[in-house]
Write a protein that binds this ligand. Structure first.
Ligand SMILES: NC(=O)c1ccc[n+]([C@@H]2O[C@H](COP(=O)([O-])OP(=O)(O)OC[C@H]3O[C@@H](n4cnc5c(N)ncnc54)[C@H](O)[C@@H]3O)[C@@H](O)[C@H]2O)c1
Ligand SMILES: O=C(O)[C@H](O)COP(=O)(O)O
Length: 466
């Protein structure tokens, strides 16, 4: 029988069935299709997948969109889904058995958890931020990480526009008052946003999208970023954060969670702001120092604030009474006027989630099926033209290794008796990734090749697809 191996990190061998091109929606259908395939394998001229997809296990957490599940099931993979994040213990148990995991912003994939992921090939962040994953550790054990680069940017930008107007008009407070029976018609300290200045910290996908929307409302846009970025419309880049803070009526944060952005807005920055300015944070909860903000809000230096993200957030809606026990500012924050609090919904629209589900599921499938790492956030980005799987005895070697001298020579010595059709290698810091298609390989030789590659000093992980 034509045995297929997809082997990961030498921790174990996963033996797969012959090349199957089944597309099915249920395990029973997968089984029937696979039987049909086996019976007709000699008559099937083309095989589209390098292994039996039914053996691939995918774990999806945090309500990853159905569009992703559909794609994985079309591939024939097994999919297990959960609505929320899992506890650390539960995650450690579950991750031991899966080849791919899909998460959003709540699931922390630390080195401690990833140490248990002996079969894991790839992680999909079905969101933009990747700060919840130890991506360097993942690379060091040969696990690729993918994310969606921009598919919820528009949703976040629209939320921020809504918050700017809501803060300027005190809509949140008026609504709460009327819900509780109070008619409080006021115009004092309520403003149009036309002609006001928006200060955007972080002019990436979200910041720049927001810039365009804000200008269409007649706002002036200033931005601050650590890199020089082409302004859109009539926006202007500020050379220092303080310059932006001095001039902006609304200050909004769109930077990633990094050591440099931790408490990026704290007491000194609030005092540099204009009196009566507003603060918005829909980036990460670490970026704004909330206890300092409370001080300046009580002093009426800051006229309002909107938070979509918090230093600690519940794992799911079920456990979701929001009472941040790590910080004692929660009750103070909710008692202040003109404060909008939303439960991390910036990217939570039907449109964004559906596109992200599709996009990241396709990246994971391509990596699992072909080894293509284009758009990975932690591995060198490589691809070769789709493997000619219909070509007799052709195999693809995926070799992730330490980026040290002499590796190519060692590997090519092992492959010396075979015809190398294509070969591509690239490196990223300490990690390199080599993809090779070789032809004229017999069944026995595949095992020998795997064993030899597995014993090389530089090896991090080896997979052989055919
Ligand atoms: N609330 C939500 O639901 C939601 C949704 C999507 C993204 N986010 C968060 O928003 C962040 C930004 O998203 P994006 O897609 O615009 O990211 P991006 O990578 O496209 O842009 C981030 C920008 O911040 C800049 N930057 C980084 N460090 C900086 C610093 N110290 N000072 C100034 N600028 C700095 C970068 O140069 C870049 O231009 C994400 O990292 C994520 O954490 C939140
Ligand atoms: O990083 C992101 O894309 C946002 O923070 C959204 O995260 P979520 O998918 O967990 O809502």
């Amino acid at each position: 029988m034509n045995i297929i191996n997809l082997q990961n990190a030498a921790q174990q061998d996963i033996t797969f069935e012959p090349k199957a091109d089944t597309i099915s929606a249920s395990p029973i259908q997968t089984f029937i299709d696979s039987l049909r395939h086996r019976l007709s394998v000699s008559r099937q001229p083309k095989a589209l997948k390098p292994f039996s997809p039914g053996d691939i296990k995918i774990l999806l957490l945090e309500n990853v969109n159905q569009s992703a599940t559909n794609i994985f099931q079309e591939q024939g993979y097994q999919v297990e889904s959960y609505n929320g994040a899992l506890t650390e213990d539960c995650l450690i148990e579950k991750i031991k058995d899966v080849h791919a995991i899909g998460i959003r912003s709540k699931t922390k994939l630390t080195a401690k958890i990833l140490e248990h992921a002996k079969k894991l090939i790839v992680i999909g962040c079905f969101c933009i931020g990747t700060n919840q994953v130890d991506i360097d550790y993942a690379a060091s054990i040969g696990v690729a990480v993918f994310k969606s680069p921009f598919s919820n940017s528009r949703s976040v930008a629209e939320l921020v526009i809504a918050e700017i107007i809501t803060l300027a008009r005190q809509i949140g407070d008026r609504s709460i008052e009327l819900h509780t029976g109070t008619w409080n018609k006021v115009s004092s300290r309520c403003w149009e946003v036309r002609g006001k200045t928006l200060g955007i910290i972080g002019y990436g996908h979200i910041g720049s999208q927001l810039s365009v929307l804000a200008e269409s409302l007649g706002m002036h846009v200033l931005y601050y970023d650590i890199v020089t970025i082409m302004p859109l419309g009539t926006a202007k880049q500020m050379s220092t954060l303080n310059e932006l803070l001095n001039k902006a009526d609304f200050v909004t944060c769109h930077v990633p969670a990094t050591p440099e952005t931790k408490n990026m807005l704290s007491a000194p920055q609030f005092s540099a702001m204009k009196d009566g300015a507003y603060v918005i944070n829909a980036s990460r909860g670490t970026v704004v120092d909330i206890s300092s903000l409370l001080t300046v809000m009580k002093a009426e230096k800051v006229a309002g604030a909107a938070f979509d993200v918090f230093p600690s957030e519940p794992a799911n809606n079920a456990s979701g009474v929001y009472n941040d026990t790590l910080n004692n500012w929660t009750s103070e924050l909710i008692s202040l006027p003109n404060v909008i609090l939303t439960p991390h919904i910036g990217g939570s629209t039907e449109e964004a989630q559906c596109v992200i589900g599709n996009e990241v599921a396709h990246m994971l499938s391509k990596y699992i099926n072909e080894g293509t790492s284009v758009s990975s956030v932690n591995l060198p980005e490589i691809s070769l033209k789709t493997l000619a799987l219909d070509k007799e005895n052709t195999v693809r070697i995926l070799y992730i290794h330490k980026n040290i001298p002499g590796v190519l020579k060692t590997v090519n010595d092992i492959l010396a008796d075979h015809n190398i059709d294509k070969q591509f290698s690239d490196s990223r810091d300490n990690i390199a990734y080599l993809m090779i298609d070789i032809s004229s390989v017999s069944q026995d030789e595949i095992k020998q090749l795997y064993d030899s590659l597995n014993q090389t000093n530089a090896k991090i992980s080896v997979r052989i697809l055919y």
